[in-house]
Design a protein around this ligand. Structure first.
Ligand code: GLV
Ligand code: MN
Ligand code: MN
Length: 422
């Protein structure tokens, strides 16, 4: 496909939520998110696609199949009833990704999958393709957990992986609950919850995403197919001590949680290195956060990931025992609480192999990044396409892909939709 068509559509989105430093603030239910939602609705309208928002704030643009093939998504009926009345209808093929970003993140993580989905539909229509199944474009909400802490919130709610009361009570760094943020944005948090009928209507979910490492740098192919997602999780680690004067408190009298925290950052890295995974502390809050006072509390968030669950478990138990022992020596307290845990995802092997063959033997690779596709894969045959990232930078302003590779991604996605839905 024409790289100019990609660039034209991409340029429409690029300014939304971009900071002067070049990164993005596209937190869910904020003004930039609402502008992105409006853009999505406008793109759907422009193409005559039926737009809807589900009970969890996820958006869809539907290209319905020819009349006799359509399952009306607004009138869910049990499958047995459907089969009793008429021949079984074909489930929909859903594609898409998310708009939200990590704080000061890059442009491509998420939006590339949505822009590519609209362009893939354009591509199929240009060749007069006739879908036998509905084709949907999805924009999932709060995939990064950048505002409310739990990643893939829209797909977790939809699949019932997170309890809706817990979700409504999640708070952002300013103490605003998800429920309040939704109400402020004109959405109704009372509807949050599992959506099994919607899941039942899906035959497949395909998420196109920028690759988040350098796995395709130097590869012949600009597009790869995912095999698996590493198990991963986020843990809130609270270190408690005693605030006191930074000048007058004798060193032996201090109970300084900052010392235990500093040790914990290094311990996370060491345990991950020894076990063969990764662990990161990228967010920290300090009370009272004064230059001339010993901290009373340090709250840090540990992000840990590994190729399998045994290795992830090893990292966590090593971290916990080392940090607890250190807290004992520092006279501080430490509490570790999981905020989200995601088991290993192995994508549907036959779908993966079918797509890799369709794309001329595209490389297949695992990723250590989380995705809505991973959450949906427990319910729907799911696959992911990765578009080459020449620097490997992600979750940062330097995240990039060439227009040529993005156009190749659109071609690949169109080929997959043609294969699965037309
Ligand atoms: C989301 O992109 C994550 O991997 O944290
Ligand atoms: Mn991401
Ligand atoms: Mn993403």
């Amino acid at each position: 496909m024409d790289t100019d068509a990609f660039r034209r559509l991409w340029n429409e989105l690029e300014p939304i939520g971009r900071t002067e430093a070049g990164g993005y603030l596209r937190f869910s239910w904020t003004e930039s998110d609402l502008r992105l939602r409006l853009w999505f609705q406008a793109q759907a309208r422009l193409r005559g696609l039926r737009c809807e928002e589900d009970r969890n704030g996820n958006l869809y643009a539907w290209w319905d199949a020819e009349k006799e093939q359509v399952v009306d998504p607004d009138r869910p009926r049990p499958l047995d009833q459907l089969t009793a009345r008429k021949p079984r209808r074909e489930g929909a093929v859903l594609t898409g990704s998310h708009f939200d970003s990590v704080p000061h993140g890059g442009a491509y993580d998420g939006p590339l999958g949505i822009v590519s989905a609209f362009l893939a539909v354009d591509r199929l229509r240009a060749e007069d393709a006739q879908p036998k199944r509905p084709i949907g474009i999805a924009a999932f909400t709060e995939e990064e957990g950048g505002r409310f802490g739990v990643p893939c919130l829209g797909s977790r709610l939809m699949t019932g992986v997170i309890d809706s009361d817990r979700a409504r009570a999640l708070t952002d760094p300013d103490g605003v609950t998800l429920a309040q943020a939704m109400r402020d944005a004109g959405a109704d948090p009372a509807t949050l919850g599992p959506d099994p009928e919607r899941l039942e209507r899906l035959a497949a979910f395909i998420e196109l995403h920028i690759e988040q490492g350098r796995a395709l740098d130097g590869s012949e192919s600009p597009v790869a197919v995912a095999t698996a997602i590493w198990p991963h999780g986020r843990w809130r680690v609270t270190f408690t001590g005693e605030a006191d004067h930074a000048g007058t408190t004798r060193l032996p009298d201090r109970r300084d949680p900052m010392l235990t925290f500093a040790f914990a950052v290094l311990a996370a890295r060491k345990e991950a290195r020894l076990a063969g995974g990764v662990a990161t502390v990228g967010r920290v809050e300090v009370e009272p956060n004064a230059t001339n006072a010993i901290a009373s509390t340090v709250t840090a968030w540990l992000d840990a990931r590994a190729p399998d669950e045994a290795v992830l478990g090893e990292i966590l138990s090593g971290f916990e025992s080392k940090v607890t022992e250190r807290a004992g020596r520092d006279g501080t307290g430490v509490a570790i609480a999981p905020e989200s845990e995601t088991p290993i995802v192995e994508f549907d092997a036959s779908l993966r192999d079918r797509i890799a063959a369709l794309l001329g033997g595209a490389p297949v690779l695992p990723t250590a990044a989380g995705h809505d596709a991973g959450v949906l894969s427990a319910h729907v045959p799911t696959a992911m396409l990765f578009v080459r990232n020449p620097t490997g930078v992600s979750h940062a302003p330097g995240e990039s892909a060439s227009d040529e590779d993005c156009a190749a991604g659109v071609e690949a996605l169109a080929a997959v939709l043609r294969e699965l839905a037309c």
